[in-house]
Design a protein around this ligand. Sequence first.
Ligand code: GRF
Length: 325
Amino acid sequence: MLPDAAAAKARIAIFISGGGTNMAALLYASRLSDCPYEIALVASNRPDAAGLTLAEAEGIATFSHPHLGMERADHDAVMEHAARDAGAEYIVLAGYMRILSEEFVTRWAGRIVNIHPSLLPKYKGLDTHARAIAAGDSHGGATVHLVTPELDSGAILQQLKVAILPGDTAHALAERVKLAEHQLYPRALASYLSRGSDPEWLLEQVRRRAMALPEVEERPSHGAPGWRVGGKSGKYFAYFSDRHHGEEAIALLVKTSGVDEMTSLVESDPASFYRPAFYGASGWVGLVLNRRELDWAQVDYWLERSWRAVAPKRLTRLIDVAKEF
Ligand code: GRF
């Protein structure tokens, strides 16, 4: 069996500072079938955070450490240590009222997520609801985004709009936005964590990488996306296979030096490689994309190698020269 990214659940640590209603929404969602994450830890900078009591009662490991009197980086390190100890692969901020140090955020790049109570990029920071009302906006809302060193500025994963009513107060709007947040956060997180088994997302990643090589064009071949180099009489160097021919893998098919190399790759690392139907006979290998430990550098390596195998000399020379500088 080839491992599927969806097979094992991602372990998350949730950081909170207060009531933890978003944490609760994430927790109960995690107990529904098919949820792609499980909660390894709920941690707080406030030992009295109400959310800790709830998490504990629900049988989730908790941790707290007050930040008072500590340097930011030192407190971050304590929290990070607890998250790693619990085996967390992702950090999920849910009303965590601390700005994290740049080093911390960089270490967790792509693996730290936040929910913010506005339609970003509008109203970063605090008092979002009052600002939306004062501006006469028709809607407030919530945004789930990746965390980067710049406050509330990382890539947006999903948003949900909430209508502002005549005479709305910041408090009343905040309450309704919370209802929306509780729907949004578990879903946005689930779809982000499942992206590694989503054929559309995988194709987009492969396409961007393949098209970045010189003189490449995309052309479907037998219904599968494929990439060729060398113009009119160009040759294919890669195909995207979404469980073609009854195979289990979503894969990138690339050229090896021949059947011997393909066979030895499959034998030495059967979780990553397989012999694709039809193409295997001429030395192509399937590189499995829907697996948890996928290393995109390996995808880049194989795309370039396969491209080199069929690209005209004038192009391979070009890329060699470019690499020298
Ligand atoms: C939410 O409004 C969230 O958007 C913001 O902090 C609040 C946390 O509320 N980041 P709760 O602790 O989840 O109830």
